[in-house]
Write a protein that binds this ligand. Structure first.
Ligand code: AMP
Length: 823
């Protein structure tokens, strides 16, 4: 009997113990009567974060910290006792009256406590779903009334919603500090601040020495980190008011993300890739050598694309030429002509820069740039001004003292107006020009009046002619039956006579190439502009439909990696599209040509790959129409004079709606070797079928070989299969075009091949979208393992269907199939 009572008692005790354990694991709150110790944890209400005891890898020290609950590799985002570890397993964490969170060791001594100065009648500690640990009154949920919160005392990690900056009311500065090492969370050498000494900018310091600046906030992002801007996943903001200045980021999707400052001072932005079960770094700062603070000294500008990377701003010269020439640039540059505020200075505009250090700056809002100039000119200590908020184009940012830490940001830099002696200022140049201009103006007036008369005469003539031919402009002449399309077109019309003149009557000598549409000619317009003229041929397999499609599609798109449509011409039977002229023609002319591809070094190839990726991301995600191109290939990538890639040929592109990502068609259009399996075989096209084509193109650019028709004596695979085989055997560098010699960055090349193989994976869901492709190409960090490519054996895809296909003729090896019935 006694035995059975003992048994029941034991059972009762065990179940009570189990219950306490269970509560500790499931609740998000500790009251003053509860505590956690050993392996006990509390979990935030939605299950995202855990608070408990942990030991960093290869350390036996114990800490109280917060980590992600649903991520297998323990990723700690906050540490309480980072400087005072527990050396045994016996710590206890509890909340005590009047509102303190305390950690006691095995001798019951408090080794860490929260430092709240206010109190609450019924204090509790709660782990919020944001990862913020708060001490508050049990009945109070207003964040303004929290007694203490871990978001005010972060360690090396910033989470969405955390405010980094200064609270002028409490005097508290919230900043990140790196861990000493991956095994030691105590504060390391580096700190990350939202610096509000001048106009806000994020900075990283090593001790007291400034190492990296993001550049000032410009309304859209930080001047020196143009890629960090609001997107579909995050929004970033800097809030400036009399009570506080802070920077924070907000999640707009369910992505898990964090920013960390590594023990070596690198700022890393991470997202969790659920498929790959790993973290991916999508942005790291500093990004390049030019991000090293003040490398080129005062009035020096840094540009990694040139050698040496430092040069003085125009109208400035090295302060110590000898040192400068030896690569010691830290003393910077001085003016060629000294300022003379009394006799009147002026300003010179410098464009395309990360704006200089704003430590010594001031600002005002809602002022025009003209007004900024006037204000700066009045103050002899004001050395420069620029637009404060580039999103609205208003407000002024003023600098005082030397301008330091400027970097060239190609394509996304900002303008800054630097105070100069009047002889070096822009207005001086203008004065000289003024006389010439006034003379020219008088002459122009005479010519203009003459021109106007002629223009009016010509216009009347044209109207009469159009009336005669029964067409009142583009819409009607396009013979559109679809009313919706009519109003969609806003394209300049060119007269046929003008095109005939420009192309020397479509002379053979001016022929640039031929695509599915028909021949393309080089033309020279009267005003001296070079154009490419695409003439819809009578025998074209891409008929009027594609012509209309192309006209509607590109007229509405604008991106530096898409070819620009200047206008069209429809007269009689002629249907012509006029584009900006691309002097380097198309990519296939380079990469598949034995001689020409020697001129494509790795830097250029990588630049082209990234440009195509950006153009495609714009089509898929950011453009007004959201477009699937469906025929991405080397011959549809045009190259401008600076080898910037431009996606062309929208004859077969399809627009898709808000929530759609693709569609199904019985009319498969595309090109052998570039089409994804699900599209070629089942007619399923989506953004992921474009991603597949991009992957093929990427591998072609790296290898200098066509996927289609690729032969290898050792196996039967096509280029994709060959790349996959080398990748699996860790010999991927053997894929690289021999013409590149050793002049390439092997980690960049390996990464590109890896990304290319991720894009051509058999299963569309496994392929990354273009924003991930851009992240992965531009940032170091773990990449998911690539699975088997689609069509890696096939040399001649969908052979069985060829009977039903009608093919376009082309001067090139690649042919756009236009009427292949999908199975
Ligand atoms: P497409 O019909 O777009 O495939 O063009 C056929 C060929 O004409 C291309 O492969 C280029 O070589 C050339 N081409 C097309 N558009 C242009 C352009 N805007 N500038 C220079 N060459 C072009």
């Amino acid at each position: 009997m006694k035995k059975s009572i003992n048994g029941i008692l034991l059972l009762f005790l065990v179940s009570v113990l189990c219950l306490t354990e269970k509560i500790a694991g499931l609740t998000d709150t500790l009251t003053t009567t509860q505590s956690i110790k050993g392996d006990e944890t509390i979990i935030s209400a939605g299950g995202s974060f855990v608070l408990g005891f942990f030991s960093p890898s290869s350390s036996t020290n114990r800490y109280v910290g917060i980590w992600y609950n649903k991520i297998p590799n323990q990723t700690v985002v906050w540490v309480a006792n980072r400087e005072v570890p527990l050396i045994s397993k016996s710590g206890v964490l509890e909340v005590i009256k009047p509102g303190l969170l305390v950690l006691r060791n095995d001798t019951n001594n408090t080794i860490w406590k929260s430092n709240s100065s206010t109190s609450a009648p019924n204090p509790v500690v709660q782990l919020l779903e944001t990862g913020n640990l708060v001490v508050k009154d049990a009945n109070q949920d207003d964040p303004g009334m929290f007694l203490w919160q871990s978001f005010d005392y972060p360690t090396d990690t910033s989470l969405p919603g955390m405010k980094l900056g200064h609270n002028f009311v409490t005097g508290l500065e919230v900043y990140l500090s790196s861990w000493k090492s991956p095994e030691d969370p105590s504060p390391g050498e580096y700190t990350h601040h939202c610096d509000s000494t001048g106009y806000p900018q994020n900075i990283v310091k090593k001790g007291s020495i400034l190492r990296f600046r993001t550049g000032p906030w410009n309304g859209l992002g930080f001047s020196g980190v143009p890629s960090l801007q609001k997107n579909s996943i995050f929004s970033y903001e800097v809030v400036i008011n009399s009570k506080e200045v802070y920077y924070s980021f907000k999640l707009l999707s369910s992505t898990i993300t964090r920013y960390t400052l590594s023990p070596s001072g690198v700022g890393q932005r991470w997202t969790w890739d659920n498929q790959a079960r790993s973290w991916i770094i999508y942005l790291s700062t500093p990004d390049d050598t030019c991000d090293s603070y003040g490398l080129c000294g005062a009035y020096g500008s840094c540009d990694t694309r040139i050698s040496p990377i430092c040069e003085c701003l125009d109208k400035f010269s090295p302060k110590f030429p000898d040192k400068w020439n030896k690569g010691n640039w830290s003393n910077g540059c001085i003016r060629n002509v000294a300022l003379d505020c009394q006799s009147g200075d002026g300003f010179k505009k410098y464009s395309g820069f990360k704006l200089p250090d704003t430590h010594n700056s001031s600002y005002n809002t809602n002022t025009s740039l003209k007004e900024c100039r006037r204000i700066c000119l009045k103050n002899c200590s004001c050395t420069a001004y620029s637009t404060l908020d580039i999103s609205s184009g208003s407000g002024c940012l003023f600098w005082f003292g030397d301008l330091i830490d400027m970097k060239v940001i190609s394509g996304a830099g900002q303008d800054i107006h630097v105070r100069m002696a009047s002889s070096d200022s822009d207005s001086n140049g203008k004065k000289g020009k003024k006389l010439v201009i006034s003379l020219a103006l008088s002459l122009a007036m005479v010519l203009l009046s003459l021109g106007l008369v002629l223009l009016l005469q010509r216009r009347n003539k044209k109207r009469a002619k159009q009336k005669k031919e029964g067409m009142e402009g583009f819409n009607l002449s396009m013979a559109y039956t679809d009313e919706r399309h009519k109003k969609d077109l806003e394209l300049p019309l060119f007269e046929l006579s003008r095109i005939i003149k420009a192309t020397d009557n479509f002379s053979f000598n001016n022929k640039l190439g031929e695509g599915g549409f028909g021949p393309v000619y080089k033309g020279l317009l009267e005003e001296g502009q070079e154009v490419a003229v695409k003439r819809l041929s009578e025998h074209s397999t891409q008929g009027l439909e594609e012509f209309k499609n192309e006209a509607i599609c590109i007229a509405k798109l604008q991106h530096r990696n898409l070819v620009k449509l200047l206008g069209c011409c429809i007269e009689g039977k002629e249907k012509i599209l006029i584009y900006e002229y691309m002097p380097n023609k198309s990519l296939d002319f380079f990469i598949f040509d034995q001689t020409k591809r020697k001129s494509l070094d790795w830097l250029t190839r990588f630049h082209i790959i990234q440009g195509i990726a950006r153009g495609l991301l714009y089509l898929h995600q950011d453009s007004r129409l959201r477009i699937i191109h469906r025929d991405l290939k080397a011959s549809n990538i045009l190259l401008d004079a600076d080898m910037n890639p431009k996606i062309s040929d929208f004859g077969t592109a399809r627009s898709f709606g808000g929530n759609e990502t693709g569609a199904n068609t019985s009319r498969v259009v595309g090109t052998h070797g570039y089409m994804s399996p699900e599209y070629a075989v089942d007619g399923l096209f989506s953004v992921k079928s474009d991603v597949f084509s991009f992957g093929v193109l990427l591998i072609e650019i790296v290898s200098g070989k066509r996927n289609r028709g690729f032969l290898h004596h050792g196996h039967q695979f096509n280029l994709l299969g060959h790349a996959w085989k080398l990748y699996k055997e860790e010999r991927a560098l053997e894929l690289v075009d021999l013409h590149l010699g050793n002049s390439y960055n092997s980690s960049e090349v390996l990464r590109s091949i890896h990304v290319g193989l991720l894009c051509v994976q058999q299963c569309p869901e496994d392929r990354p979208d273009m924003s991930s492709v851009i992240f992965m190409l531009g940032n170091e960090g773990h990449l998911p393992e690539a699975t088997q490519p689609g069509f890696f054996m096939e040399r001649n895809i969908v052979k069985a269907d060829n009977s039903s296909s009608t093919q376009a003729s082309s001067s090139k090896g690649e042919i756009t199939m236009t009427q292949l019935e999908a199975r």
